[in-house]
Ligand binder design. Structure first.
Ligand code: BJW
Length: 236
């Protein structure tokens, strides 16, 4: 599928909606220890701290709106003649609220809960705690946010690698390129012969893996790049 496009997004696409990034100055990892709040070991050691961390981020969802980047990517999916697969590392729901449909949340979704006892998943918009019983099995103590922590396998990897192996263009947007396996997707797409592009505020850690890079706020550079693709100036 030479005209297929795979897009990887990270925290930078939601930054202009008011959602914090992780590694920028003042970002989430400057305020929290990632081993305490984003690992299975941290959750076992202190579930209350981890629930408070994600409850705060879940409650923020209702106060933020998609921005021009989310809308431009939804437009690309609607108007591009080939397949557009959007793979996001973000756990917020701003891409789907902007209209994206062919979307994979590889690091999970904050608005879902997962029962570690029976593996059931359900939509979850309320605060979670260690006392909440699972709506499926009734057991208390196993409910956790449906997000992928360090040391856990990201979701839908088979489908993602298949798409990377067949795409004509790979675009990485608003991600520092410091978390694997997402940081390796560019190499996978390049091996398949895709044109690879980074759109980010600043050069990412894996900038040199890309054929092309455009640096600036996503809300400006992404709509401009989408326009170029839809005009046929970038061939997928
Ligand atoms: C803007 C902007 C604006 C700002 N406009 N841009 C190989 C080598 C070394 C280590 C490993 C390896 N393989 C695996 C590992 C271990 C580990 C890992 O990567 N560790 C690193 C620390 C080195 N990875 C894992 O454990 C993963 N699992 C795994 O690998 O399983 C085995 C496996 C093997 C083989 C195949 C497949 C799997 C799981 C990783 C889980 C990550 N989880 C988190 C937290 C959970 C969700 C949550 O709480 O939200 O996910 S960590 C955190 O980082 C979160 C993010 O999704 C992720 C990426 O961050 P992102 O999006 O890049 O944000 P930032 O803040 O880093 O960057 C923002 C960027 O935006 C910056 O560049 C800004 O400049 C830019 N920006 N404003 C445009 N307006």
């Amino acid at each position: 599928m030479p005209n297929a496009i795979v897009i990887l997004t990270g925290a930078g696409v939601s930054a202009e909606s008011g959602v914090d990034t992780f590694r920028d100055t003042g970002g989430i990892w400057s305020r929290y220890n990632l081993e305490e709040v984003a690992t299975p070991e941290g959750f076992s050691a202190n579930p209350t701290l981890v629930h408070e961390f994600y409850n705060g981020r879940r409650s923020q969802l209702s106060q933020v709106e998609p921005n021009a980047t989310h809308f431009a990517l939804a437009r690309l999916e609607r108007e591009h003649e080939g397949e557009v697969l959007l793979v996001t590392q973000n756990i917020d729901d701003l891409h789907e609220r902007a209209g994206s449909k062919n979307l994979i949340h590889m690091h999970g979704e904050i608005a879902k809960a997962l029962c570690a006892k029976c593996d059931a998943r359900c939509e979850w918009r309320e605060p979670l705690s260690a006392k909440v019983p699972c709506p499926s099995c009734g057991e208390a103590g196993g409910m956790r946010p449906d997000v992928v922590w360090f040391g856990e396998m990201p979701y839908q990897m088979e489908r993602i690698y298949e798409a990377l192996g067949q795409c004509g263009v790979f675009i990485s947007i608003g991600t520092s390129g410091s978390v694997y396996p997402a940081a390796q997707f560019v190499q996978e797409a390049a091996r398949a012969g895709a044109h690879t592009v980074e759109l980010n505020l600043e050069p990412s850690e894996n900038r040199l893996d890309f054929d092309e890079a455009i640096h600036g706020p996503a809300s400006r550079v992404v709509p401009e790049y989408v326009e170029l693709i839809l005009k046929g100036d970038i061939s997928a």
